[in-house]
Design a protein around this ligand. Structure first.
Ligand code: NDP
Ligand code: 2IT
Length: 452
């Protein structure tokens, strides 16, 4: 996008201030920069937001709760990890967003994720504010009982800060059905209440059908909408997927169902390249490997006789579509350049901020359709919102009902992106569209509240 010099100066001044106030928080700075580069040109035209300092206010979390989680390992050793809940903005609904357990978690990572969550949740059209939390606790290699004791200890602090009308956490990296169950069981004991204070719950205690699949399915639905906008479809296309966790597995499932050939999957050790494509049968095996046996992706290559590339990411493999579904900044400028050269048509971000700023610029400059995380992976939190609705109503919808609502929400997000991101003679700028559409709803609520 052409940006005039005055607006460029405003962006620079804004970012200088933000960097000073958030020293060393590089992930948070990156996420804010990505947003304000399209939001400042918008607020320069819609001056009510600029006059009310909405962007300055929206980039400062409402509060950050920081605490120690002490627990005992299987050998009787005492462990102490750090944990946070970043309650970013509750202008349009109770705080909502996942919990991440990974050694790389720190305040900067959780602020970036919380900020993204505010705009993403707004895009879903559901009444959800934005938050994120987690710990540098590393679940890898821990026994079930160790994970249980960690979760119990974490909830002893967290329970006083959450509630169905206050803040509703869910899963993210390292937090799946097992962890949510341990956390929920502890909340119930501490508060003696059975309430929808977490989402991603088990189906026997208030969980929603399709929540587990929702982020991956939603990313594929969003990809389908971007392709349809250009008169194309998913069937017959080849696809690269990274990761082999919750998002990646169900992204692969939906791609297979819609007739695409998925060539890759990965974990933090490397990627597998299956030129025949991951079939339904192979995927069932992979889901069992990852969800139940907690194994490594390398075992897929051993089992099905395909290549395994240790320490590498899949972006050099030639394909039509790409779905980065592992973690932030997993796809960098040189990857994007190689993908453009290989003729990649479209990218949908299943993970949060998986493409670096430079990689994103390369895609946009080369007319690669680019579905940014806050739009493309919003299906997960959207179905979390539907889980909250079902809990409040004390009913459960069928798989078909939830899936139809997910499709409708992804379609609505796509429409909003087109409304704010359409460009003459060029593909839609989904990045700008998602930022502006997400921003307007939260900003209007903040304006209405006055100076708060
Ligand atoms: P999981 O923990 O289920 O899976 C994460 C996957 O990514 C694993 O294969 C993991 O490999 C890999 N991975 C994690 N960290 C790294 C790293 N630093 N480098 C390389 N690979 C890594 O998490 P999810 O699938 O839930 O989350 C994946 C992404 O999707 C995250 O960005 C998350 O924020 C985002 N997301 C998740 C939603 C959800 O509903 N779960 C909703 C919207 C977005 P390994 O096992 O080796 O660590
Ligand atoms: O990044 C995300 O949107 C999530 N991890 C899901 C959050 C949620 O509340 O379901």
């Amino acid at each position: 996008m052409e940006t005039n010099p005055a607006i460029k100066r405003e962006i620079t001044a804004f970012m200088d201030g933000l960097r000073k106030r958030n020293k060393g928080e590089t992930e948070f700075q990156q996420a804010v920069r990505e947003a304000v580069e399209t939001l400042i040109p918008f607020t320069a035209e819609h001056t009510q937001y600029r006059d009310a300092y909405i962007l300055e206010r929206m980039t400062e979390p409402d509060r950050i709760i920081s605490f120690r989680v002490t627990w005992e390992d299987d050998k009787g050793g005492i462990r102490a990890d750090r944990a946070w809940r970043v309650q970013f903005n509750n202008s349009i609904g109770p705080y909502k967003g996942g919990l991440r357990f990974h050694p790389s978690v720190n305040q900067s990572v959780l602020k970036f994720l919380g900020f993204e969550q505010v705009l993403k949740n707004s895009l879903t059209g559901l009444p959800m504010g934005g938050a994120k939390g987690g710990s540098n606790f590393n679940p890898k290699g821990k026994s079930d009982r160790e994970v249980m004791r960690f979760c119990q200890s974490m909830m002893i602090e967290l329970h006083r800060h959450i509630g169905e009308d206050v803040d509703v956490p869910a899963g993210d990296i390292g937090v799946g059905a097992r962890e949510i169950s341990y956390l929920f069981g502890t909340y119930k004991r501490l508060e003696n209440r059975f309430a929808g204070i977490l989402t991603g719950k088990g189906l026997s205690f208030g969980g929603s059908l399709v929540r587990k699949e929702a982020t991956g399915y939603g990313a594929v639905y969003f990809m389908r909408l971007m392709l349809e906008q250009e008169g194309e479809g998913i069937s017959g296309k080849t696809a690269l997927v990274s990761g082999s966790g919750n998002v990646a597995l169900y992204c692969i499932e939906k791609l297979i169902e819609l007739g695409a050939t998925v060539l890759t999957a990965s974990d933090s050790d490397g990627f597998i390249h299956d030129p025949q494509g991951i079939t339904r049968e192979k995927l069932d095996w992979l889901i069992d490997l990852k969800e139940n046996r907690r194994g490594r992706i390398q075992e897929y290559a051993e089992k099905f006789g395909c290549d395994y590339h240790e320490g590498k990411t899949p972006w050099g493999v030639k394909a039509d579509l790409a779905f980065p579904c592992a973690t932030q900044n997993e796809l960098e400028a040189e990857d994007a350049t190689a993908m453009v050269k290989n003729g990649v048509r479209a990218v949908a971000e299943g993970a949060n901020m998986p493409c670096s700023a430079e990689a994103t610029e390369i895609f946009l400059a080369n007319d690669v359709l680019f579905g940014p995380a806050k739009a493309a992976n919003a299906g997960g939190v959207a179905v979390s919102g539907l889980e909250q609705s079902q809990n409040q109503l004390r009913i459960s919808w069928s798989r078909e009902e939830v899936d139809a609502r997910l499709v409708a929400i992804m379609t609505d997000i796509h429409t909003k992106c087109v409304r704010y991101g359409a460009r003459h003679g060029k593909p839609v700028d989904y990045r700008a569209g998602a930022n502006i559409a997400g921003f307007v709803k939260v900003a209007d609520a903040m304006l209405a509240y006055g100076v708060v």
